[in-house]
Design a protein around this ligand. Structure first.
Ligand code: OGA
Ligand code: MN
Length: 290
């Protein structure tokens, strides 16, 4: 197959044109895609992909086990109502609501810097998000390269951070980002809470990344609240500088595959309710961060 790969920024990301899934998902093609993904620092944009839900799931499973697979853990309770009725592995993001008031997906998902599911012992590895319907303009998603952000720190700061762990808790987002009616009790009682190193290493590449995010990280283990806040505020400011960012303007049928171990992302909700946006996501369960 003659597909074309182009870099998206100097540091990370690649976009792929003319990728044909119609030829089927053979092992070689999938391995090439994963290799490209690793080389591109964990972000690829595959354009114009006609992907059925089944194909989306089977492609995603090449990256690892999926949240929602009946043999695996589900996503957090809050999102159970947004899971695809026929495919428990597919989580839906949308501002659309049916006539009887049933949301078609989570509205305002990820409208803050975060790394998917970082509040679990085994957070998300890849997320594979497929755009089905997008507004004519707006609804971009921004990515921040946390490996480059780590590399750019001084040796002194790297040494200071190396032994530290932080707590990640879905309650942080549940309290600050979502209105009461869309949060469930189980989000508020520590059911989705985990402690992870501030710096993690991607096993496939050996590359280190910062691993804290304002969406879910509550505090650094063992520090006073003020100390923790000062360090986290610095890291968030540092790691979201323009040179670490790629802003994706979606086209329908784009499939984005990002690595939550080395990237944060932010969904920009700047489009009105009457302009429908509908996306489907498969989420790979990763390793315990080390
Ligand atoms: C997600 C997410 C981004 C978007 O699906 O994990 O954060 O732009 N969505 O919808
Ligand atoms: Mn997300």
């Amino acid at each position: 197959m003659n597909y074309l790969i182009k870099p998206l920024t100097q540091g990370f990301g690649a976009e792929i044109f003319n990728f044909e899934m119609a030829e089927g998902l053979n092992e070689n093609l999938t391995q090439e895609l994963i290799e490209t993904w690793n080389k591109a620092g964990g972000l690829i944009v595959v354009h114009n992909l006609n992907l059925s839900s089944k194909q989306h799931i089977s492609l995603s499973k090449h990256f690892g086990p999926l949240f929602g697979d009946p043999k695996e853990d589900p996503l957090q309770d809050t999102v159970s109502r947004y899971i695809h009725p026929d495919h428990p592995e597919i989580y839906r993001v949308s501002n659309q609501v049916s006539k009887d008031g049933i949301p078609r997906g989570r509205k305002g998902a990820g409208t803050y810097w975060h790394s998917d599911v970082s509040f679990r012992e085994r957070p998300a590895q890849a997320s594979l998000l497929h755009a089905k319907t997008i507004p004519p303009v707006g609804g971009d998603t921004i990515f921040a390269d946390q490996a480059a952000a780590y590399d750019a720190l001084s040796d002194g700061m790297k040494d200071l951070l190396a032994p530290l762990f932080a707590w990640h808790d879905f309650e942080v987002a549940a309290r600050t980002q979502y209105s009461k009616p869309v949060v469930v009790e189980n989000d508020m009682n520590g059911a989705n809470c985990a402690r992870h190193p501030l710096i993690r290493t991607k096993p496939e590449t050996g590359r280190k990344s910062l691993f804290v995010n304002p969406g879910f990280t509550s505090h650094i283990d063992g520090l006073d609240a003020n100390e923790s806040k000062a360090i986290l505020d610095f890291l968030y400011q540092h790691s979201t500088q323009p040179q670490f960012l790629y802003r994706h303007r979606w086209a329908e049928k784009d499939l984005l595959i990002w690595d939550n171990r080395s990237l944060m992302h932010f969904a920009v909700m700047d489009y009105p309710d009457n302009e429908p946006r509908y996306m489907e996501r498969c989420t790979v369960i990763g390793e315990r961060p080390v």
